[in-house]
Ligand binder design. Sequence first.
Ligand SMILES: [Zn+2]
Length: 488
Amino acid sequence: MKKIILIICFFMFPTSLLAEENVCDRIITGGGYQEYLDDLPSYDFNSAFHIVVGDDGSCTYGWDWWETNRALEDVMQDSFNDCEEDRKKKNIDGECRFYDINRKIVWGKPELYEELVAESSPELENSKCHGFFLENFNDYKSTNNKYFYTVESEGRCEYGMGKDADSAFNECEKFRQENNIGGKCEPFAVEDQIVWGKPELYAELTGSKFKPSEEIQKSMDEGDYDSVDVGMWQLDGIINSTDPSTLQKVIYIGKEKRNFIEARTDREDKSRLFEFKATPYVYDAYYENGKIFEILIYFENEKNKSKGKDGSLAEKYAFMIGQMPNVLLQRLDAAHIYADVLGISNASAKERIINIHPEGEGGYVFVTAIEELFIHELVHASLDKPIHGVYQAMNKKRHKNSTIKSKKLNWGDWRQAVKKDKKKYITKYAKTSIHEDLAESFTAWLALRYKDDRISDIQKVVIEKKIPNRIKYFDEQEFDMYPLVLSD
Ligand SMILES: [Zn+2]
């Protein structure tokens, strides 16, 4: 993040140097200003940097920063005093003036200065949601999301996060509508920078205007739905921990030998899949109608296992599996949970196993998108076409689950539906293969038909506009979607 800021600053120097008066090069390039920039925290601060240029060309500077619990006016005063002190010491005949406020160069930019000072009673400080926002902002920083949106009305607050502005906005709007909160979701942070009430900073960081909702609306008015993705990431939260599960009990079996097949990037031969044997913690998860699935909790390094960790992971994911519609469990053999291995979660119809990495390759976590990850992977395991070869049980099946009737998709009809949708895909990822298209489209269909109160109006329109024939196709399958209930 720091890098981006510095690059922006370098771009800005030429214009500020061309301003009516010269700033002392020595201060800018000689380290004084850089020292200030380096000292600033990445967010939640008030800061100012002053420069004085004497009649004889000699110059000096002063600066200060505090956390936002100290008002910007006071910080500006301290910075001025710091500069004044040095000015007097060096007998410089001139006036200490603002060069930078809150990491924005205001030298020769009176309008920007006015704006920043007008903002100087920081909204955040007066906000009743201040603590709530900052707390969730901290959680957000541990994800690999890049945008954090918030809304506040009459002291009630909500937020949303996403990899792009649209999905963060959509998530926030969804919760706002769900909880009947007034107002409109606005950007709170871009990466780790708080941009709340700072449209200029937002524009600098993103190169776009403040209100992406208007941009989405605009592209939609122009009939350009293609740029709006509505897949697993954007639909996070359509199933959440408050939804019912058909799980009845989870029983620990013991540490037993099992076969695994897993995608890894750290392989020397660069192959994405490899098989290995291990002795994971084996659990049996029992569900309504006598269904039992095996849940394997695997630690690559047993030292990473804390007391009870395997059990709590087994419980957590067993519950989640019970929240999934029956049709997505129809061919499931087992869930393999890689408790301490960063990786890409995956599944295929060939093995009928879902390989779940609670932490992704870059160390990201799914937060509210974990249930949607399960929907996506279970589509691969239970509905998808085997990528190559036919079904092969990874491990000898201990649970036959003979009560489950399996429904096969008609691929000819699916292709027709895709064709009728005129080469439109619900997400960019869906476009990469028939398998991802199926998983992403199914998730969108599920959201539209079963969870329409948890998605935004914009998302509904986009799903209906982009993939109407796939939606119709899913509608006609009469899937067993229990325990999900159709929206009214
Ligand atoms: Zn997939």
